[in-house]
Design a protein around this ligand. Structure first.
Ligand code: SF4
Length: 735
């Protein structure tokens, strides 16, 4: 294993042991809340559409909105400064302190202030900075970075926080319970707030037409920081501007629900600074009129560019600017749940969308440190309140990272792999990105290829060169492919003239060369239901190169697949797909590669195999032609299948045929294609996989037949369980 991979593996192992449990427990609470809370909304999808429309429009008109907001704030009596980068913003803020002769700052939670490292900058200038958000306060005294956008100390347990406060403050009566810890921090921070010269907040949204800012917090520290001192500095990225006050409405509904699962966060503050209430004189609390202070209020809005205007011009990164920083993409991500933002994050931002943010504001190197932890499973996409295609942004950045780095020994894979990349991707990526070719060669040379792949010296060599973990069993290639088998049996068994429907079964690389039995079962099932089936040779979908950030290769594959299927689709035929990640290519990812009409045609005519079976049964096909039974089954649906909202079809078909179905509550198997084969991620993949195994191994559930709909889930469960999983279509197919 290379030194880099060994270091990554060691770091992930350490975080799994030290921070993983807290992150997992807390994100699980957020997710449960999100499911319950959005279920109460009748118009959840419409709200998301509206939120997206507003952000699309706002980013499109950003320069004009910046001008409008500047005018509004200045009319209100405030000052606006458009900072080009972190240094510029910090310089301006320091000047505000100098002009006011200010020495102390209290801060509300703000990721943008983390982005420019304002604390460090002001402290170097002799300013005393105090974080007033409880979690940020904990991190400040622990001298740590946030590990979550919304809940920065999510990785710390109550006991750890208690120990930390005892060590730092040495109180006579150390606080222990959550209430005691909160009270301790509150008393300590109250003193800082009342004595502060300047208060700093971020802003979740800024309204151009009125200069109003919306702050969403759970502790009210933003209100204290904004109005207790006489000087308020608000720091916000330019992307936070929305045109009108009424545009805030969908975000009020969505932000808390998406992030922490609250219907409404504890505090939603709408301030139009400088606020009109007089500053408070805490020295004279008994004097009427806020202590009788005659200090003037001062307000400075620092609008930060720091790469954002360039992101706006970038076709792919632009969508990142729609992000409302709710962290739903972190909470929903299995990898994030297990290692948290200290592994899955860059200099500031963490989780799924952090790759886009880091690439935009800090550069590719920062994004490269954790970009691979996005496996492209797509579970974050339906959770995002502004419908950002987060996996696509990650693949684009991965592609850019790939092309910014070369690696030696390319000759080992050149020729073996026909990718369209010009240098760049490392050996491991190029190997996994060309799985289709490897599978074809492995099948053509089976059983020798399987024998070689099982030899310990070969596994050691593969681990050293390509980072394929020697503990993970390799797929066994089949000499007779699905396409060969189909031809060998004489092609279709249901004539086109007798059939109601005609379908091409897409022989994906895994079904064609490895999991041939599930392909055969799919053919038997469809034919039993009266479908005229064909299984032609069709190129690999491009999923494998896409997942490695090899976009040129994926693009070529998309065109080749469409070329092979176009005639069939044009003549009204259906495409039936077994592998959900390939179906997700046809229904979602190809939008980025194919002309619009070609994408739409493939999207509209492609079906997941059990979805197709469901449709046939609903339209009168004879269910007795399939294998019915009262077996108890444990079913795990593939990530991309869930994102496409398809798992219900499998459950419905199985129930209709008499099976007793237990569906996995754990959303992810931890494999996500090649992920668990990679030596640096093997332990993490296993850690996630055991969550799934745990549910299926509960007492009373061990007799269930294990069903998995995706290759990666099958591989993972096959390795972790004694029961061998099968695809649902293998259960219901007639003999
Ligand atoms: S990308 Fe979407 S889900 Fe993730 S933080 Fe931004 S708005 Fe929330």
């Amino acid at each position: 294993m290379s030194a880099d991979r060994a270091e990554t593996a060691a770091r992930l192992r350490e975080l799994l042991e030290t921070e993983g449990d807290s992150v997992q427990a807390n994100t699980a609470v957020f997710n449960r809340g999100r499911y319950d809370s959005v279920a109460e909304l009748d118009d959840y999808e419409e709200l998301k559409d509206r939120a997206r429309e507003i952000k699309e429009d706002a980013i499109e008109r950003l320069p004009e909105l910046i001008d409008e907001l500047t005018e509004s704030v200045e009319e209100n009596g405030g000052h606006v400064y458009l900072a080009s980068d972190a240094a510029d913003a910090n310089r301006y803020i320091e000047e505000v302190f100098a002009e006011r002769g200010a020495e102390t700052l209290v801060k509300s939670k703000s990721m943008t202030s983390e982005e420019i490292e304002v604390n460090e900058h002001l402290e170097r200038a002799g300013i005393e900075v105090t974080e007033t958000d409880l979690a940020e306060f904990v991190l400040q005294i622990a001298e740590e970075d946030p590990s979550h956008i919304v809940a920065p100390a999510i990785h710390k347990s109550r006991d750890e926080i208690a120990r930390l406060i005892e060590e730092v403050f040495e109180p006579d009566d150390p606080p222990e319970t959550a209430e005691e810890l909160t009270m301790f921090a509150r008393e300590y921070l109250l003193e800082k707030v009342t004595g502060a010269d300047v208060g700093m907040t971020g802003a979740n949204f800024l309204v151009a037409e009125s200069g109003t800012m919306m702050l969403v917090t759970s502790e009210g520290n933003a209100r204290k920081s904004a109005v207790a001192p006489d000087t308020h500095v608000a720091l916000a990225g330019v992307e936070k501007i929305v045109p009108r006050f009424e545009d805030l409405a969908p975000f009020v509904e969505l932000i808390g629900r998406s992030g922490t699962g609250q219907d409404l966060t504890s505090y939603v503050s709408l301030l139009t600074p400088p606020v009109e209430s007089p500053p408070i004189d805490f020295e004279s609390p008994d004097v009427p009129g806020f202590g009788g202070s005659d200090a003037e209020r001062e307000f400075h809005l620092v609008l930060l560019d720091n790469g954002r205007m360039a992101m706006r011009e970038d076709t792919h990164l632009c969508e990142t600017l729609y992000c409302i920083r709710c962290a739903a993409c972190s909470n929903t991500c299995a990898n994030f749940q297990h290692v948290g933002g200290h592994a899955f994050g860059g200099e500031t931002y963490s989780g799924g969308i952090a790759t886009g943010w880091e690439a935009g504001v800090h550069g590719l190197d920062s994004a490269a440190e954790f970009n691979d932890l996005c496996t492209g499973c797509s579970r974050c996409v339906p959770a995002c309140p502004v419908k950002i295609d987060i996996p696509w942004i990650n693949e684009v950045v991965r592609d850019r990272i790939n092309h910014g780095r070369g690696e030696g020994f390319d000759f080992l894979v050149d020729g073996l792999v026909p990718d369209a990349e010009e240098g760049g991707p490392d050996l491991q990526k190029r190997l996994f990105g060309n799985y289709g070719t490897l599978a074809r060669l492995g099948s053509a040379s089976a059983p020798v290829s399987n024998w070689i792949g099982s030899l310990p010296p070969a596994r050691i060599a593969m681990e050293r060169l390509f980072g394929i973990d020697r503990r993970r069993p390799l797929p066994t290639f089949r000499r007779e492919t699905l396409v060969d088998w189909f031809e060998g049996r004489g092609g279709p068994r249901v004539d086109a003239v007798d059939a109601d429907r005609e379908a091409v079964l897409y022989a994906d690389a895994y079904t064609n060369y490895v999991a041939v039995d599930r392909g055969k079962a799919a053919v038997r099932t469809l034919e039993a239901l009266g479908v005229h089936v064909r299984v032609p040779e069709v190129p690999e979908s491009g999923r494998a190169p896409l997942s490695q950030g090899m976009l040129a290769t994926a693009d070529e594959a998309a065109s080749a697949v469409y070329g092979a299927l176009a005639e069939h689709v044009d003549s009204g035929g259906d495409i039936v797909v077994i592998e959900p990640s390939d179906l997700a290519m046809f229904r979602a990812d190809y939008e980025h590669f194919l002309p619009e009409r070609s994408f739409e045609r493939l999207d509209e005519n492609s079906y997941e195999v059990l979805e197709y079976v469901f449709g046939l049964l609903e339209n009168g096909a004879n269910e007795e032609a399939l294998r019915t039974g009262d077996d108890r089954v444990a079913y795990h649906s593939h990530c991309q299948q869930r994102s496409l909202n398809l798992e219900g079809y499998t459950e419905a078909v199985l129930s209709r045929l008499g099976y007793d179905v237990l569906t996995s509550e754990v959303e992810c198997c931890g494999m996500a294609g090649s992920f668990g084969y990679k030596s640096q991620y093997y332990d993490l993949a296993l850690d996630i996989g055991y969550d799934l195994v745990e549910q299926f191994e509960q007492p009373g559930e061990r007799d269930r037949i294990v069903l998995t709909s995706g290759t990666s889930c099958t591989d993972q469960l096959d390795d972790l369980m004694t029961r061998e999983p099968i695809h649902p279509v293998e259960l219901i197919a007639p003999e």
